[in-house]
Ligand binder design. Structure first.
Ligand SMILES: C[S@@+](CC[C@H](N)C(=O)[O-])C[C@H]1O[C@@H](n2cnc3c(N)ncnc32)[C@H](O)[C@@H]1O
Length: 270
């Protein structure tokens, strides 16, 4: 088991953002790949919002398992989706998955960005996948985010400090653009990349939910960053005030760069 700084920094304490996700709006490439009866493993499933959509799509006679290393999230997922047939949730670490060649599709969405050893995690996902099954990772390149108009300088400084705090713990802020090579090195074949950017615009009915994501990050991770000396209280508070004014006054759009990378498991070739 890996017990490192990244794990401490990755810990999710508020689930409002992930609770509102659905398979259709937040893991579109997976929705395209699913067929009734498929067995699917969702690694780092959080509270199961996307996983429940997978179970609905593959149907009651299929097997869908969601795993997460946070027991609180798994308990919430079990309570929320206890009536969905074929769906189960287990506590498991992505670095030590208890599955061997069992799933048609093994996916992990927005999780590898939080890891210091994404290659080890990918190997565990491959181990869990059936021969000729598909591994699918969805993740960000945080350096390619864009806002219209530009965010205040103080918020830019917070964002820069946040990315530095992550990379100091060994996380890859650009992982989306490195996954193709990581997949190839791991022996996956038939690799396909699909752009899945998350774009939110002023006219969208849920604009406020999405445009406030970095305000939420500042609130949730800010204290931890201060304790680690990554930002001062004054700078954090100023960035929060300025960003809040920007949202109220002039925010028009935000685009987060997100890729889905998939590949086939072919043990005979390796
Ligand atoms: C940003 S959330 C993404 C949740 C969901 N997949 C989604 O796309 O909304 C990252 C999730 O990965 C989980 N996670 C982080 N490190 C993990 C690890 N080592 N093993 C299993 N899950 C992990 C966290 O607990 C959290 O639920």
């Amino acid at each position: 088991m890996v017990n490192d700084t990244a794990m401490e920094r990755a810990k999710l304490t508020k689930t409002a953002v992930i609770d509102t996700r659905t398979l259709e709006n937040s893991h579109k490439r997976l929705a395209e790949l699913l067929k009734p009866g498929m067995t699917v493993l969702d690694v780092g499933c959080g509270t199961g919002a996307i996983t429940s959509g997978i179970a609905e799509l593959v149907g009651p006679n299929a097997r869908v398992v969601g795993v997460d290393n946070n027991p609180i999230l798994i308990e919430k997922a079990r309570q929320t989706y206890k009536d969905l047939p074929g769906l189960s949730f287990e506590i498991a670490d992505i670095y030590n998955l208890p599955f061997y060649g069992e799933f048609d599709i093994v996916t992990s969405a927005r999780v590898l960005q939080w890891l210091s050893k994404p290659k080890d995690a990918l190997n565990q996902m491959i181990q869990s996948t059936k021969e000729n099954g598909r591994v699918l990772v969805l993740d960000y390149n945080h350096t390619k985010i864009s806002w219209e108009p530009e965010i205040p300088e103080t918020m830019k400084s917070f964002y820069k400090a946040f990315l530095q705090w992550r990379s100091d713990a060994g996380m890859d802020n650009e992982i989306a653009d490195h996954l193709q090579h990581i997949f190839k090195d791991a022996g996956l074949t038939n690799i396909k990349i699909t752009q899945q950017n998350e774009n939110t615009k002023q006219d969208d009915h849920d604009f406020h939910d999405h445009i406030t994501i970095w305000a939420n990050v500042a609130q949730i991770k800010g204290k931890q960053m201060m304790e680690d000396g990554a930002i001062t209280e004054d700078k954090l508070e100023q960035s929060q005030r300025d960003f809040s004014e920007w949202i109220k006054g002039c925010a028009k759009s935000q685009t987060m760069y997100l890729l889905a990378i998939e590949g086939t498991v072919n043990r005979e070739l390796n």
